[in-house]
Write a protein that binds this ligand. Structure first.
Ligand code: MG
Length: 159
């Protein structure tokens, strides 16, 4: 049996914050603002996993009013959620994600992001697709106000 999940997230770009995407810290003059490390890609993946199993959303699982999640590495949150998915008898079938950013250029960083996500999701790299696009000067990312990410994935019931 398969179940589908989708996730979306956006965070504002601000000075004096690290830019963390897919668990990778990327050199850039701005970073993403948020209670955690504000890793939009991982947040979209977490929401897609939660959505696939109808388990609510990341804000319910990890409230931003909880001081223990302040500046937390989102990979820790991803591993927590994925361990629950595995414990419930499901595993990732495949994942396809898109990051929308006007800058910086992300293509060169995608292989390293995939490696980190494969480690957290305990799967082969060919199950994880990460793409990056600009929005041609339009919308949140186009105006460089923020970076957004979308994720679609399937989970499969372990026989
Ligand atoms: Mg978020």
């Amino acid at each position: 049996m398969l179940r589908i999940g989708s996730g979306y997230d956006v965070h504002r770009l601000v000075p004096d914050r690290a830019l963390v995407l897919g668990g990778l810290t990327i050199p850039y003059e701005l970073g993403l603002q948020g209670h955690s490390d504000a890793d939009v890609l991982i947040h979209a993946i977490i929401d897609a996993l939660l959505g696939a199993l109808a388990w609510g959303d990341i804000g319910q699982q990890f409230p931003d009013t909880d001081a223990s999640f302040k500046d937390i590495d989102s990979r820790i949150l991803l591993r927590k959620v994925y361990n629950k998915v595995l414990a419930a008898g499901w595993q990732l079938n495949n994942l396809d994600a898109t990051i929308c950013a006007e800058a910086p250029k992300l293509a060169a960083h995608i292989p390293a992001m995939r490696s980190l996500l494969c480690a957290d999701l305990q799967c082969a790299e060919d199950l994880i697709s990460i793409k990056a696009t600009t929005e041609e000067g339009l919308g949140v990312s186009g105006q460089s106000a923020g970076i957004s990410a979308y994720c679609s994935l399937l989970v499969i019931k372990v026989p």
